[in-house]
Unconditional design. Structure first.
Length: 157
């Protein structure tokens, strides 16, 4: 093998491995540390970080669910049978009844304010007896949202 090829390959591996590790997920203890300042100083950088993390999690769930639904609808539009059309119309009614995060396993309604949601996440983080350093913050937030904002079962099931 040519020495230039080996050198180029090694450089590519270093560059690619750096990118893969460049976004380190936030741990639950790290989020709890920021959220611990939420009640003391809501305008402080830690409290703002806490709020923005929760808001970003919710926004990500909404965006992901919307994109998944668009992809499903695009597939059905290609050559849709009667049963496929019925499924697609049911998906639309399910979203309108239960909200845009229905497929994320939590349902936030119009009256639920970001402040109320953050309060529940902060309380849950503060009440955890042991914060597993390996538990990702996204999993802790997801757990709180699923427990505090469950989706009501479909009435037409």
């Amino acid at each position: 093998m040519n020495s230039k090829t080996i050198l180029i390959g090694a450089i590519a591996l270093v560059l690619l491995s750096g990118r893969a590790e460049s976004v380190e997920p936030l741990s639950t203890p790290e989020l709890a540390e920021h959220c611990a300042y939420y009640h003391a100083d809501r305008e402080g950088k830690d409290a703002i970080f806490c709020v923005r993390y929760v808001q970003g999690f919710i926004d990500g769930a909404v965006a992901t669910d919307a994109r998944v639904l668009e992809n499903i609808a695009a597939e059905f539009d290609e050559d849709e049978s009667f049963s496929e059309r019925a499924i697609r119309s049911r998906i639309g009614s399910r979203i309108s009844r239960r909200g845009p995060t229905v497929y994320a396993d939590f349902c936030l309604g119009e009256p639920d304010s970001l402040e109320e949601v953050v309060e529940k996440v902060v309380k849950d983080l503060a009440n955890r007896k042991v914060l597993d350093k390996d538990l990702l913050a996204r999993d802790a937030v997801f757990s709180t949202l699923r427990r505090e904002y469950p989706c009501s079962p479909d009435s037409d099931n």
